[in-house]
Ligand binder design. Structure first.
Ligand SMILES: CC(=O)[C@@H](O)[C@H](O)COP(=O)(O)O
Length: 257
């Protein structure tokens, strides 16, 4: 069971809803993933060219909790305004806060992000900030009122997978009580397993499923990968060793008669 703000969920896989070839494929993938939280952009072109009301109706019909996002925003002002519109449209205080600072890497403008997080938290929003793996920025976001952090593991849509495992490990160690969700850059189920093994609470991904040859099958693969990583973390994994250790201890010598 994972607590996200005051909501308890069992699936640790969050799914984006952009870039699917059709609304039907999107619906199938969401169902196959078993996700309980999907993120929706108020601004992006949506599945099958459907936009606005029709798309949002489809999203509401999927039976998951909705985490609106501010994808495509580049300033504090734009992100705050988009968050307020999202609250009206989806009747939720949750907002996945994205303030993009660089067009090539789509990395967040962390200064504008902290400012927007503070404004929105003060206005009663529960903020899920899309951030880098920088510990100082993370501290500022927590001070601004965020109880969830969403560090990237690689640029959005890159499918590169974790680029800085030691930074992610440090983040987990520094924030044992903050809900940490890896968001962006995951390309394969094994990437999701890797970050879950580090003790991250969940992963959010979009492109790896939406762009797969068969999104529903890939969504199901990711669900299993996330669960496997979590189970491994909870079970306690062995540390790698330099030397061989016999897995079958022997006592004395075999006796042949
Ligand atoms: C969907 C969303 O809100 C994002 O933050 C992002 O698009 C996820 O990244 P990937 O598409 O790389 O999984």
């Amino acid at each position: 069971m994972l607590q996200v703000y005051d909501t308890e969920i069992t699936s640790r896989l969050f799914l984006g809803t952009a870039g699917y070839p059709s609304p039907a494929v999107l619906s199938d993938a969401v169902r196959a993933s078993g996700t309980q939280i999907i993120t929706v952009s108020l601004r992006r072109e949506t599945a099958g060219g459907k936009a606005g009301g029709a798309f949002f109706e489809l999203i509401r019909g999927l039976g998951t909790k909705i985490l609106p996002n501010t994808a495509g925003c580049h300033t504090t002002k734009e992100a705050v305004l988009t968050a307020k519109m999202a609250r009206e449209v989806f009747k939720t205080n949750w907002i996945k806060l994205e303030v993009i600072g660089n067009q090539d890497t789509l990395q967040p403008d962390v200064f504008a992000l902290v400012e927007a997080a503070r404004i929105l938290s003060n206005e009663g929003f529960e903020v899920f900030p899309y951030t880098t793996d920088d510990l100082v920025v993370a501290e500022r976001l927590v001070e601004a009122g965020c109880r969830v952090l969403m560090p990237w593991c690689a640029p959005i849509g890159s499918a590169m997978g974790p680029q800085n495992l030691s930074a992610l490990r440090s983040m987990r160690a520094h924030f044992p009580d903050v809900t940490l969700i890896v968001d962006a850059g995951i390309g394969r189920p094994s990437h999701a397993t890797t970050v879950m093994e580090l003790g991250f609470d969940a992963v959010l991904l979009n492109t790896a499923v939406a762009g797969a040859g068969n999104p529903a099958v890939m969504a199901s693969g990711f669900a299993k990968a996330v669960e496997a990583g979590r189970l491994a973390f909870e079970a306690g994994m062995l540390e790698p060793r330099d030397m061989a250790v016999p897995s079958t201890p022997v006592i004395g010598k075999a006796v042949f008669s």
